[in-house]
Design a protein around this ligand. Structure first.
Ligand SMILES: Nc1nc2c(ncn2[C@@H]2O[C@H](COP(=O)(O)OP(=O)(O)OP(=O)(O)O)[C@@H](O)[C@H]2O)c(=O)[nH]1
Ligand SMILES: [Mg+2]
Length: 243
């Protein structure tokens, strides 16, 4: 019997070192191509760690994961529809505040997240000190410091990835609280969304996207092979307009 291969996605703002990390992890076992139907180049690579096979996808760098561009949609769709076993969110440690925005968005989509705090060498040079343990506690997911270009922190990252795919890490992703008005709408919509998407998709995130009038997500859901989901998505969208 073939052993299972784990899928890892690399997300993050542009220029945070995703491709550098991708190259360190995969060496020469990689190829680039086009996503079907979209002119966004993606890279896919493979590596082995402790006798287990991993596939890693270098997603386009984005500042958010809404539907503002093809890049954002590609990254968003991969996390939502392909359900990677682990999503690595690569952050620039010298611009943590700006980078955290994307991390919080990913935490709304999946609980299998590891934060890679990259460019730690630059942060140190600039005298930036980050309390890793506290950040990890606040975000509710592991945070691993890295200097990918110098191959620093890679072993700890791989070990954390392995533990996560084996279900040895319990995460409690930070839930962003919105204004009372929005939370009330979410509360109304949530049971309906749960009925439609069940356990298959993160209900709170879907509700938020619907409230935001994200028609592209709706479109993606309507093309889902599951008939019930297609109809449900249309219905949920209709309800989102009226809550
Ligand atoms: N000092 C330092 N530089 C790094 C590190 N990791 C990556 N870089 C540099 O940062 C720059 C951007 O790295 P990339 O790997 O291309 O970043 P990316 O996230 O793939 O960028 P996009 O694909 O544009 O989103 C390059 O010049 C890298 O050499 C690091 O840990 N330390
Ligand atoms: Mg890149």
């Amino acid at each position: 019997m073939n052993k299972r291969e784990y899928t890892i996605a690399l997300a993050g703002n542009p220029n945070t070192g995703k491709s550098t990390l991708f190259n360190v992890l995969t060496g020469l076992r990689q190829h680039t191509g086009n996503w079907p139907g979209k002119t966004v180049i993606h890279a896919e690579g493979f590596f082995t760690y402790k006798n287990e096979e991993y596939r890693i996808i270098d997603l386009p760098g984005t500042y958010s994961l809404y539907s503002n561009s093809a890049d954002e949609e590609v990254a968003r769709d991969f996390i939502i529809f392909s359900k990677p076993d682990v999503t690595l969110v690569v952050l620039d440690a010298t611009a943590l505040e700006r980078n955290l925005n994307l991390a919080l968005q990913v935490l709304e989509m999946t609980d299998r997240v590891i934060i890679c705090l990259n460019l730690m060498d630059e942060a140190k040079k600039k005298g930036i000190v980050i309390d890793i343990a506290n950040l990890s506690k606040k975000l509710g997911v592991p945070v691993v410091p890295l200097a990918a270009r110098n191959k620093e922190g890679i072993e700890e990252l791989l070990e954390t990835v392995a533990r996560m795919v084996h279900g040895e890490i319990n995460t409690t992703p930070l839930v962003v609280a919105y204004s009372r008005a929005i939370e009330e709408k979410i509360a109304k919509l949530l049971p309906l969304v749960k009925e439609v998407v069940g356990e298959e998709y993160p209900a709170r995130w879907v509700a938020l996207r619907l409230l935001d009038g994200d028609t592209s997500l709706l479109h993606a859901l309507q093309h889902h092979p599951h008939h019930f989901l297609k109809e449900g998505a249309t219905y949920a969208c209709h309800c989102a307009k009226s809550v």
